[in-house]
Design a protein around this ligand. Structure first.
Ligand code: 6GU
Length: 252
């Protein structure tokens, strides 16, 4: 998959792209990231990319011409989603990350200042995406978050082929508790079932742990999770224990 990132600050991406999983994915040819400096597409001799808004009001806006030139010359008429990062966009989530991962090519336009000239939206933007209800100084961090979350859905990017479907949110639930060696630390023991090698029992325990954790931390997710009858019953038991004062431990 190829990402075309349009930004005024390409150097911000360096660390993210040159370490760990994203570095390896690029080295293996699974992921290509091209950084395009919008300033290079400005037409005037001072390479101006921002201006105060018509009508006043303070702040600066990103100008329309450099952005449209940049996007049109890089995409060259090929159709690809062009995502504008903006706090006014649709909220980014795991489903959106998986959907975007199905495209061979994706452009991300990093908004800055008070935003972009409205004509940028009309002319080149296909999707507007926000990370959440807070304001960042610019869209670069948001673009890196999206790039990372999308890239880990690409085939072979993650080491273990089945780790993405088990992630928090992929199943509609949070992930449950995990343990590694040693079996006991400062009196805290790893649940016995995990040490006994019964894979079926381990899978049931994990699902139960995920359900419990989701119920405690993000009960809103349970409304849309695909649950079996037995799981709905188990949740009812959790709720009944809770109301009797037998509080389920979060870290089991
Ligand atoms: Cl995508 N951009 C900016 N500037 N702020 C944000 C955001 C995006 N998502 C949350 N806050």
């Amino acid at each position: 998959m190829r990402f075309e990132i349009f930004t005024l600050f390409p150097a911000m991406f360096e660390g993210v792209l040159t370490e760990s999983i994203l570095k390896r994915a690029q080295a293996r040819g699974l992921l290509h990231v091209a950084l395009h400096n919008i300033r290079d597409y400005a037409t005037d001799k001072h390479q101006v990319t921002d201006e105060p808004p018509y009508g006043g009001g303070g702040g600066m806006l990103m100008k329309v011409e450099p952005i449209v030139r940049a996007v049109e010359s890089v995409l060259g008429g090929e159709s690809a989603p062009v995502i504008l990062t903006t706090p006014q966009g649709q909220r980014f989530d795991q489903r959106m990350a998986a959907d975007f991962a199905t495209y061979p090519r994706l452009a991300i336009l990093c908004g800055r200042y008070e935003g972009v000239d409205e004509r940028v939206r009309r002319l080149v933007v296909t999707h507007e995406v926000s990370l959440g209800d807070y304001v960042l100084t610019g869209g670069e961090l948001a673009a890196m978050v999206m790039l990372d979350a999308i890239a880990r859905h690409l085939p072979n990017v993650l080491g273990n082929a089945d780790s993405a479907p088990n992630d928090s949110h992929s199943s509609g639930l949070l992930e449950g508790a995990h343990y590694t060696r040693p079996p006991e630390f400062r009196g805290l023991r790893v649940p016995a079932v995990l040490l006994e090698g019964d894979h079926g029992a381990v899978a049931r325990w994990r699902r139960q742990s995920a359900l419990r954790r989701t119920w405690l931390r993000r009960p809103d997710l349970l409304l849309n999770a695909a649950l079996s009858e037995a799981e709905r019953y188990a949740l009812g038991q959790l709720a009944a224990d809770w109301s009797r004062g037998e509080r389920a431990e979060d870290a089991d």
